[in-house]
Design a protein around this ligand. Structure first.
Ligand SMILES: C[S@@+](CC[C@H](N)C(=O)[O-])C[C@H]1O[C@@H](n2cnc3c(N)ncnc32)[C@H](O)[C@@H]1O
Length: 265
């Protein structure tokens, strides 16, 4: 990488404490991408490739906010603000398909840091610090970020840990070359579109974990709105066992059998 980048966007492969959980990038079966420790991320010499006056947009998982601030400083920037990505459903409501140990996360954070002295560009003053879009595959960030950044910060632009090339940007990352198929992309069925009606499934077809999670969440919403497992079974054509499994995988608190939901009237 050459030096002189005035704006750097980075989405590091953060290593979560729970490396076997389904959210973890290196989950054995889902095998999304390899990760780095916070020390390893801090050790990347970003200072020598950034311009003297530069902006940094650093994605950080909610659980690792403190580590994010450490990395930002280690790279030679000081924290000044942040941008929230609010994940929305098609109907505009918060996308509750997220995960989280303490809360169900429907937001992700970009830390904004400055090196030296450089204000944001004039259009940034009317730019709100929020991106509201629907989400896509695991860890895939919204394309709207590029437009926002280009409006607020000057080039040359560098994206670190990039997966997909972007016009006008230098991309760096082990999955960024055009001939590399990002590993996470193998997991289809989680393309960002919401499912309003569930698809037909053959009884024994195996479901990709992300797809099962998405289906489960759709069923959960209907179940929590008052539908019974029997109704869901009739409507979807799935077996009772599959409906129960999908609901359980989506973390649904099942009602005692035979008990109608109070919201059903
Ligand atoms: C969180 S993902 C980036 C996702 C991307 N921003 C997107 O929206 O699709 C992190 C990326 O860093 C890559 N990566 C992991 N370890 C790396 C390393 N040591 N050097 C370069 N890239 C690495 C991973 O393969 C993965 O593509």
């Amino acid at each position: 990488m050459d030096g002189g980048f005035k704006t750097i966007l980075a989405d590091p492969p953060w290593r979560f404490q729970n490396r076997t959980g389904k959210v973890a990038p290196e989950h054995r079966r889902l095998d999304r991408y390899s990760t780095l420790s916070v020390d390893e991320i801090c050790a990347i010499d970003v200072a020598s490739i950034a311009a003297v006056n530069a902006h940094l947009y650093l994605w950080v998982p909610n659980a690792m906010l403190v580590d994010g601030l450490r990395v930002l400083e280690a790279w030679g920037f000081r924290y000044v603000s942040n941008i929230v990505w609010a994940k929305r459903r098609k109907d505009g409501g918060p996308d509750g398909r997220g995960v989280g140990f303490y809360f169900r996360n429907v937001t992700e954070l970009i830390l904004f840091g400055v090196r030296g002295s450089m204000r944001t560009l004039a259009p940034a003053r009317s730019q709100v610090n929020m991106i509201e879009t629907r989400k896509r595959e695991h860890s895939r960030k919204p394309d709207e970020q590029y437009e926002l950044i280009e409006m607020c910060s000057p080039g040359p632009y560098l994206e670190m840990f990039a997966r997909y090339p972007q016009d006008g940007w230098t991309a760096w990352g082990d999955e960024s070359p055009e001939d590399v198929q990002p590993r996470g992309q193998q997991h289809k069925g989680y393309s960002g579109g919401t499912i309003s009606r569930v698809p037909r499934l053959e009884p024994n077809v195996r479901l990709d974990a992300d797809f099962a999670e998405q289906l489960g969440t759709t069923l959960r919403q209907q179940y929590e709105a008052g539908k019974s497992i029997r109704q869901l079974t009739a409507e979807t054509g799935y077996t009772i066992a599959r409906v129960r499994r999908l609901l359980e995988q989506a973390g649904t608190a099942l009602r005692p059998q035979g008990r109608a939901s109070s919201s059903q009237g």
